[in-house]
Design a protein around this ligand. Structure first.
Ligand SMILES: O=C(O)c1ccccc1N[C@@H]1O[C@H](COP(=O)(O)O)[C@@H](O)[C@H]1O
Length: 215
């Protein structure tokens, strides 16, 4: 039997919602550390959330083009993963991975066939690849916009590269995504919120139930 899909609930800000995601069966949770995000959490809150997650669920801190001091400060809190969600090059991903000493997930924006062609270079230097929608021009952040992309573009991806899928996933479309794309896992933020930055326990439960039913 195939391994169960990895489910990541991203953009968690409170211990209550962390507990709800764990109880609903999430495998990973994501905490944003990016000031322009409605899901941003401070270093102090990251410390509390990471330590509350330890041993119960994999924790992942999402950073956007971080400098070395930010990487060191976050890595010192002991998350399982750091997700790089900015314009980091393969060389920079490799350097951050060496510096942080934690697993690195590299998020890549997909909007064209050229974007798909870039994935292989990142797969060589990151522990995991996350494919997300390309943000529209002028967007104030590179992710967490609830936008999906044309999944058929992924037919051109080397099938030996495992990846997680994100971008506009929600309870109603996640089964279609799993069927069309066959990802290693799925990652959701906006799709389990009642307003930007406000997670909804029921939507988290429904999302996870729908993933498990489809896989
Ligand atoms: O959530 C954000 O505000 C965010 C900001 C900057 C980079 C990434 C961000 N979120 C990540 O984007 C994907 C997709 O999110 P969505 O489900 O489409 O809302 C996911 O990994 C979020 O954690």
């Amino acid at each position: 039997m195939a391994d169960p899909l990895i489910i990541k609930i991203c953009g968690i800000k409170t211990i209550d919602m962390l507990d709800a995601a764990i109880e609903a069966g999430a495998d990973m949770v994501g905490f944003m550390h990016f000031m322009r995000s409605p899901r941003h959490v401070s270093i102090e809150d990251l410390a509390l959330l990471i330590s509350a997650a330890r041993g119960k669920v994999q924790s992942c801190v999402v950073l956007v083009n971080p400098d070395n001091s930010c990487v060191a400060e976050v890595a010192a809190l002991g998350p399982d993963w750091i997700q790089l969600h900015g314009p980091e090059t393969p060389h920079r991903v490799e350097a951050i991975r060496a510096e942080a000493g934690v697993e690195i997930m590299k998020a890549l924006p997909i909007g064209t066939a050229e974007d798909v062609a870039q994935v292989a270079a990142f797969a060589k230097v990151a522990d995991r690849i996350l494919l997300d929608a390309k943000p529209p021009k002028g967007a104030d952040r590179p992710g967490g916009l609830g936008e999906s992309f044309d999944w058929s573009l992924l037919k051109a991806l080397d099938p030996s590269i495992p990846f997680m899928l994100s971008g506009g996933l929600k309870p109603d479309n996640v089964a279609d995504a799993i069927r069309d794309v066959a990802p290693l896992g799925v990652d959701v933020s906006s799709g389990v919120e009642r307003a930007p930055g406000e997670k909804d326990k029921r939507l988290i439960e429904t999302f996870i139930r729908n993933v498990r039913a489809a896989s």
